[in-house]
Ligand binder design. Sequence first.
Ligand code: FES
Length: 111
Amino acid sequence: MEQAVALVTYIEHDGSRYPVEVAEGDSVMQGAVNHMVAGIVGECGGGLACATCHCYVDAAWVDKIEPPSETELEMLESTSSPRRPGSRLSCQISVSAALDGLVVQLPETQF
Ligand code: FES
């Protein structure tokens, strides 16, 4: 049986768009790393310990995603690019059918 996927579009800081089919259950960070989208690093592998998976969720999608945990909110204080409305750690966003079409912008730098 084929694994269900959802289309996630990553927009790099320079405007390059990378539409990627991400397996349901994977995180938005894993989808980027697996497809070599450069703007997401994911240094800690999803352990909420690095903030190098910072992304800006498109305004149309913010309410469709589970809100951040206290730990994620704390880690969002230490992103290297400015925190903005829609800032999330992409390792904490689990891809599901409900997120098919998700658009995330990537910050200028993760370090
Ligand atoms: Fe390290 Fe998300 S990958 S906090």
